[in-house]
Design a protein. Structure first.
Length: 463
């Protein structure tokens, strides 16, 4: 009885010790997860460059382009493998349930001519083990294909660069949109603050009998409209934040706070004033077309290589086994082996090769035309971007001045109204003009920022 009790206690202790270890392991894993995973509800404080860097790592288009680069690397290795020794093994086993019968002329055995004697040749069990080797010694198309595979890798790398540039542009524009929306809300808050003061003053004057009720209603309508405008702008701001996160490849449910300010954006960096007319070489679109032309040139070289002979080294080793007894099948082997060269000389293909070569040469001519057209298109795009950039800066400067003038007109209108020499309609109209000036300023500000991004892209500054 004592022994059973001790066993029970030991099992009880081991059971609770095991549960205790599991608990410690769970706590350790939980602690590790809390250290590696971001805390729920965390806010990402990102500058513009932080957002761009995040997009390079998480934006799906960029990630797919990076995968294409990896695939191209494997393609290079695959093509290289064609010129390496090709080795394969084989094994066979045959059980002749009925051994094949061959008819032999009877005259070989002293019989009559025209008669045949059935004879069975072979054994019941046969097996073979073989090893074959082939090595490409010369093939012009292989050498060209090796260069083409590396050029294809270059094309995929440039495609990755283009994806990053597009992500950079889209993220930058979305980032600026959020900054401009925040500036718009700041201006609306300032307008609402002064308009609220004006509403309170007009209501007080109405109670004292200095203004009519219609003046109160007129300014109240304007205040309500401005409140609605701010609410709509706040909803659009939330949408702009989601658009920015979408362009970054970030889940839209994440929280993000922007650290860059509008005043830190340099809009006067005129990169087009350098006088460089060969900047089109910096454009990734032009580089992609250059790489495509290189591929077409290599295709011409490949078609020419098809006119040359190919030389291949071949080798084989085979061991065969034959016996009527399965147990004795592998006791005796009958080996055979050989090495040889195979020379393949193309002579006539019905004109296929020459016409394929002509088609490839036409593709090269077309790719050169595409390069010339791209050069002109890039120059035109750059000139258009420069004009839009210049117009955007002039418009922004003009709207800033209009904004200041509208603020001054509103200030004077309020003074005149308070002194009894102006009307409430003048004040209301001045307030409306200020709101219009603010809206025009916001729009011109965003247009100027976007035109700067487009200018940088047009001159190949974004890499």
């Amino acid at each position: 009885m004592q022994i059973n009790t001790n066993k029970h206690n030991s099992l009880y202790i081991m059971k609770h010790l095991f549960l205790f270890m599991l608990l410690l392991s769970g706590l350790a894993l939980s602690s590790f997860a809390q250290q590696t995973a971001p805390p729920p509800g965390a806010v990402h404080n990102f500058s513009l460059q932080d957002c761009i860097t995040y997009a390079y790592e998480h934006q799906d288009t960029v990630k797919n382009a990076a995968l294409d680069v990896q695939s191209a690397e494997y393609k290079v290795k695959e093509t290289t493998g064609i010129g390496l020794p090709q080795i394969s093994g084989s094994a066979s086993f045959t059980d002749y349930v009925k051994i094949p019968t061959t008819l032999i002329p009877a005259q070989f055995f002293g019989g009559k001519e025209g008669q045949f004697v059935p004879v069975q040749f072979g054994v019941k069990y046969q097996s073979g083990l073989g090893l074959s080797l082939s090595q490409l010694l010369f093939d012009g198309s292989y050498l060209v294909g090796l260069k083409a595979s590396r050029t294809y890798k270059e094309l995929s790398q440039r495609s990755l660069t283009r994806s990053k540039i597009d992500a950079n542009v889209n993220v930058t524009k979305a980032y600026y949109q959020v900054l401009v929306s925040n500036e718009q809300i700041r201006l609306l808050d300032a307008d609402l603050k002064q308009l609220k003061q004006q509403v309170d003053q007009t209501v007080a004057q109405n109670k004292q009998g200095f203004v009519e009720q219609i003046d109160v209603q007129r300014i109240q309508v304007q205040y309500n409209n401005l409140v609605t405008t701010r609410e709509n702008t706040m909803r659009l701001l939330a949408l702009n934040y989601q658009l920015l996160k979408f362009q970054m490849g970030m889940p839209v449910s994440e929280e993000i706070d922007l650290t860059d300010k509008l005043e830190n954006v340099n809009l006067t960096d005129n990169i087009s004033a350098t006088g460089d007319t060969s900047f089109y070489h910096n454009r990734i679109e032009y580089g992609l077309l250059e790489t495509q032309k290189k591929l077409n040139d290599l295709d011409v070289a490949n078609k020419k290589a098809h006119f040359y002979p190919t030389l291949t080294l071949n080798g084989n080793y085979n061991s065969s086994y034959q016996n009527n007894s399965f147990g004795d099948l592998y006791k005796t082997s009958f080996p055979s082996s050989y090495f040889g060269l195979t020379l393949n000389v193309p002579i006539f293909s019905g004109g296929q090769r020459i016409n394929q070569l002509r088609q490839s040469k036409i593709a090269v001519l077309k790719s050169q035309n595409d390069l010339d057209n791209a050069k002109n298109a890039i120059l035109l795009q750059a000139n258009a971007a420069k004009i839009n950039y210049t117009n955007g800066l002039k418009s922004l400067e003009n709207q800033k001045e209009n904004q200041k003038l509208a603020q001054e007109v509103l200030r004077v209108s309020k003074i005149k109204y308070s002194q009894g020499v102006g009307s409430s309609i003048e004040v209301t109209q001045a307030q409306t003009d200020l709101e219009t000036a603010d809206n025009n300023y916001i729009q011109s500000l965003y247009d100027a920022l976007v035109s700067k991004v487009d200018l940088d892209k047009a001159y190949g500054k974004i890499q």
